[in-house]
Design a binder for this molecule. Structure first.
Ligand code: UGA
Length: 421
């Protein structure tokens, strides 16, 4: 159920509402036959449901706290509509103790109707945009926070096809992932904290390596090799140590703020995470400084941009560090011509004032510099020899450390990246 009628209509017609690898195929494989039904009517969705997943948005409020007004409203509505037993499962990323609030709200608004019974479980989602379908079907872990055996066994039943890997539709080409680990059963508050603590920890890893990259820039060391050397230690691991223009998207920036705000309410000053956020905000400014150092004056300079989405394999522009860099360059008077393989329709809404190119090559043609802002793998395949000839000045500033510095210099480019000599 969704109250966005346009979205529901598109889904009924088998059209995924945004770009996500494999989502369209998964939808086509299950749509029709009554197995998967879309509605705008909450009552329709609630009346036959034993388990209801709450997947509503929890955007940030101006003070950083999560806005839980939709969670609260939907909980009230479900309470008035359901009869019999209903297990409400929090999927939305919510602060700890939200489950307790949802439960109390439902008790209040069901007004003691006969036979009506509610439980609330927490089942945080760990999928990433760009690999969401694979992350869902082949998860590293499934975390379930429950307060009763009944809720536990219902959710074990719901997830059995994933745990047993017995589902029929599979992404093609086949994705190689290790079998899922057993489900982790916790109480509700613990599951709620696992979600926020995981995202905050990953964000910490990124800010940490971005700070190391700054040091590498100063002393002529190579952050990619530092990350490799660190990541070989199994206790550290190689993932989420890619330095660049910082983290963005609709999860890390807002979840970090919400975790800090929630900790403060419980009298825990999470200064560590405030620093993680501050380091991240500096990344965009530092990159613009690098561009200015190379181009001296930006006013009137033509800059090509590769990548606008907050990361590769998505068209999501929310809190995109790439958009923040573009805005910074525009403020300095630069002229921007951008290309993104997927996010240009979304980008036009946010950045209507820039020019859009129909290919990576065209974006860079006649430019004083090319900046790389999203790590799309296809940018690695561009014919750099012919690109060099098309550019006014063969200068590349790589905000994602996507290309190889030596190869670029051998081809006659001036090449600047993050924390690599
Ligand atoms: C993130 C988490 O990775 C998921 O586990 C979580 O479920 C999700 O948030 C959520 O809470 O819904 P997502 O925001 O889709 O997923 O994207 P990530 O792959 O985590 O990337 C976030 C940002 O960090 C991007 O801007 C990316 O470019 C940046 N990043 C990532 C780096 O700068 N360096 C890295 O090494 C990794």
């Amino acid at each position: 159920m969704d109250n966005d009628a346009e979205r529901v209509e598109a889904l009924r017609n088998g059209k995924a509402p945004f770009y996500e690898p494999y989502l369209q195929e998964l939808l086509e494989a299950n749509n029709g036959g009554g197995k998967l039904v879309f509605t705008t009517e909450l009552a329709d969705a609630v009346k036959h449901a034993e388990v209801i997943f709450l997947c509503v948005g929890t955007p940030p409020l101006p003070d950083g706290e999560a806005d839980l007004s939709t969670v609260e409203r939907v909980s009230r509505q479900i309470a008035t509509l359901s009869d019999g037993y209903t297990l409400v499962v929090e999927k939305s990323t919510v602060p700890v103790l939200t489950g307790t609030r949802i439960h109390a709200t439902m008790q209040t608004y069901s007004r003691g109707r006969d036979g009506v019974e509610f439980e609330v479980a927490s089942n945080p989602e760990f999928l990433s945009e760009g690999t969401a379908v694979q992350d869902y079907l082949f998860p590293d872990r499934i975390v379930i926070g429950v307060e009763s055996k009944r809720a536990e066994s219902l959710l074990r039943e719901v997830y059995a096809p994933i745990v047993e890997q017995s589902f029929t539709w599979r992404p093609k080409p086949t994705v190689n992932r290790p079998p899922p680990r057993p489900m982790l059963m916790t109480n509700r508050s613990t599951a709620e904290i696992i979600k926020h603590a995981s995202n905050s920890f990953l964000a910490t890893k990124i800010s940490y390596i971005n700070m190391v990259a700054r040091l590498c820039d100063e002393v002529g060391a190579d952050v990619a090799q530092v990350a490799e050397g660190m990541g070989l230690d199994r206790r550290i691991g190689p993932h989420f140590l890619n330095s660049g223009i910082g983290f963005g998207g609709f999860c890390f920036p807002k979840d970090l703020q919400a975790f800090v705000a929630m900790a403060e309410r419980s009298r825990c000053d999470f200064g560590l995470l405030k620093k993680v956020e501050a380091v991240n905000q500096q990344c965009v400014a530092e990159f613009i400084t690098k561009v200015k150092k190379e181009l001296w004056v930006l006013k009137g300079k033509r800059i090509g941009v590769w990548g606008l989405a907050f990361k590769a394999n998505t068209d999501d522009m929310r809190f995109s560090p790439a958009a923040a860099v573009v805005e910074g360059l525009l403020e300095e008077g630069a002229e921007i011509r951008a290309y993104d393989p997927c996010a240009m329709d979304e980008a036009r809404k946010e950045l209507p004032q820039i020019e859009y190119a129909d290919s990576a090559e065209t974006a860079a043609a006649d430019c004083d510099a090319l900046v790389i802002l999203t790590e799309w793998p296809e940018f690695r395949k561009v014919d750099l020899m012919s690109l060099r000839e098309k550019m006014l000045r063969p200068l590349i500033l790589d905000g994602r450390n996507l290309l190889d510095p030596k190869a670029l210099r051998d081809l006659g480019f001036e090449y600047v990246s993050i924390g690599r000599p």
